[in-house]
Design a protein. Structure first.
Length: 556
């Protein structure tokens, strides 16, 4: 086992965690001031979303200087102090690093715009489509669409050519085929390790090796092909990952390394995370958070629990013998799980938040808690499109409106799925602005913060927070939670999520009711009459499950 096989990670989105200077934006000193919250929760690792110098087109995922901190978030000295504060309390720090692309304000790209520059080949430049005037509609080299809507090619007048940006046009993709680019990035990562960082979260890492050039795909209504598969999982991906591991010392130094990998399956996840491959420690997959959508993120369909269970089970079984799972329902790119998969009504919010947590944390893998998830925080309330900050949501809205889709319908979808739902400020207490800032918050604070906040939940022994504490403690205490075999039960049931974890003679049973309707104890489950109840409560001899109730039994 690697040390992180028994760990629980906590993601911090710095702009929204805690503001120490009253400017309305969270910062590093705000995080330092709340390290004890993480200690009380019991987590082992802090994953810090980007704090590098950035124009903030995509809130820090557009980096203009890899080796400095953005002034809006603090200084390098603040970051050093945070690392020391975490290490002093036995916690590790994982830096989120974006190496598929940079900001268009990064000095490398500024230099690359000159056709004769030595750094011209550090990015992906292509001439206009034959027969088209450069810079005119349809002249893009291919019809590849950006993940943030619109073409994935941007015309640069200074260069007379187009550069590829799989995401925002202010996020030009680096050319990983160039060994100089790779060497520079590896050196930067070694610099952070030497500074005390314990690992990395690698943003969209399976996009670094691309199909060249990104080919024309089947067009959508606007003539563009938005399939990320056009550029992801390219022919040299395994080579690049193994090289990065060796050059930075992922395996040798015991670093916590997780790669974000959209558009993969369990077989690919296993190939990336098999220890024998010496590539990544684990990956973030997306299939389970796409079960409530149709052809795109913005096409919503009702959640089918059996489909969610099947997807989670596929990865549990697929990575059982080799590889490792990342367990998450929330992060900075996903809506709040209690609003999305649970029931955020006053009646069932607490119970459903606990049930989602139980269902996820007893699986095999490394669980991730996103800030506020341990409180059962819900989606925000934004109103019109002008209230949103999320680049992805705004660009989708503007494109869809231009295609004639009704604004009211679009706002309803965005309210449910926008990334801003995860980025509303952390709710610390019932004071003004939820204790997040003394100024005007950069995003509106959830209106339910007087009831849902950290101070209230720490004081309530039956809160969502203390439920998370219990689950995290079980992972630390019981080897069967860390390493036991997973077996799914009642796979087709649309209300119950049930499974066992088994290691030698130790066996756990997880039973979770994912509906508001009470249900009789299902047949087909192991006998629990003499079992030890580790999580959940029920009257003596009463096995009937209440709405959104979850239990964990130790069978032997």
């Amino acid at each position: 086992m690697a040390w992180w096989h028994g760990a629980v990670a906590y993601q911090i989105y710095p702009r929204s965690f805690a503001d120490s200077n009253g400017d309305g934006v969270g910062d590093l000193r705000g995080i330092i001031n709340h390290v004890d919250h993480l200690v009380a929760l019991g987590v082992d690792v802090v994953w810090l979303s980007p704090v590098y110098r950035s124009p903030m087109d995509d809130n820090g995922y557009d980096i203009s200087d890899y080796c400095d901190v953005d002034p809006s978030l603090g200084t390098l000295a603040d970051l050093d102090e945070l690392i020391a504060a975490l290490h002093a309390r036995g916690l590790k720090l994982v830096m989120d690093v974006v190496i598929n692309h940079t900001s268009d304000e990064h000095p490398w790209f500024v230099e690359s715009r000159e056709p004769g520059s030595p750094k011209r080949d550090w990015y992906i430049w292509r001439p206009a489509r034959p027969g088209f005037e450069p810079g005119t509609p349809g002249a893009e080299p291919t019809n590849a669409g950006s993940a943030f809507s619109g073409p994935a090619w941007a015309y640069d007048e200074q260069s007379g050519e187009y550069y590829l940006h799989v995401f925002s046009r202010k996020q030009p993709d680096l050319n990983w085929e160039n060994p100089q680019v790779r060497a520079e990035l590896y050196q930067m990562m070694r610099w952070w390790v030497e500074r005390g960082v314990d690992g990395f979260r690698l943003d969209v890492i399976n996009v670094i090796s691309k199909t060249y050039p990104p080919v024309d795909g089947v067009p959508g209504p606007d003539g563009l092909c938005y399939a990320l598969a056009q550029v992801a999982n390219g022919p040299r991906l395994h080579e690049f990952l193994a090289e990065m591991n060796a050059e930075v010392g992922f395996t040798e130094k015991g670093l916590f390394v997780v790669g974000e990998t959209p558009g993969i399956d369990a077989e690919l996840a296993r190939s990336f995370t098999d220890p024998a491959a010496r590539e990544l420690g684990m990956v973030f997959t997306f299939e389970h958070v796409e079960v409530d959508q149709g052809g795109s993120k913005w096409e919503m369909v009702p959640l089918q629990l059996s489909a969610l269970k099947a997807t989670l089970a596929e990865y549990q079984y697929g990575l059982e013998e080799a590889g490792w799972n990342s367990l998450y329902f929330e992060n900075h790119d996903q809506a709040r799980s209690v609003s999305r998969f649970g029931d955020d009504s006053p009646t069932f919010r607490v119970a459903s938040a606990k049930t989602l947590a139980t269902s996820l944390h007893l699986l095999k893998g490394t669980p991730y808690v996103y800030q506020g998830q341990e409180l059962g925080m819900t989606n925000g309330s934004f109103g019109g499109i002008e209230a949103y900050n999320d680049l992805e949501s705004i660009r989708f809205y503007n494109l869809a409106v231009s295609l004639g889709l009704p604004s009211e319908q679009l706002l309803s979808v965005i309210a449910a799925k926008s990334r801003d739902n995860a980025r509303t400020p952390m709710c610390w207490d019932a004071s003004e602005n939820a204790g997040f800032t003394t100024g005007t918050p950069w995003l509106p604070v959830n209106t339910n913060y007087p009831e849902i906040n950290a101070a209230a939940e720490l004081a309530d022994s039956d809160s969502v927070f203390h439920h998370y504490r219990k689950l995290i403690a079980l992972r630390h205490e019981l080897e069967v939670v860390r390493l036991g075999r997973f077996d799914l039960l009642l796979a087709e049931d649309e209300s119950l999520f049930c499974y066992t974890r088994t290691l030698a003679g130790d066996r756990l049973l997880v039973v979770a009711n994912w509906s508001a309707a009470p249900t009789d104890w299902p047949s087909g489950l192991p006998d629990v009459t003499a079992a030890e109840l580790l999580v959940g409560t029920h009257p003596s001899g009463e096995l009937r499950l209440a709405g959104w109730e979850s239990r964990v039994y130790r069978l032997g």
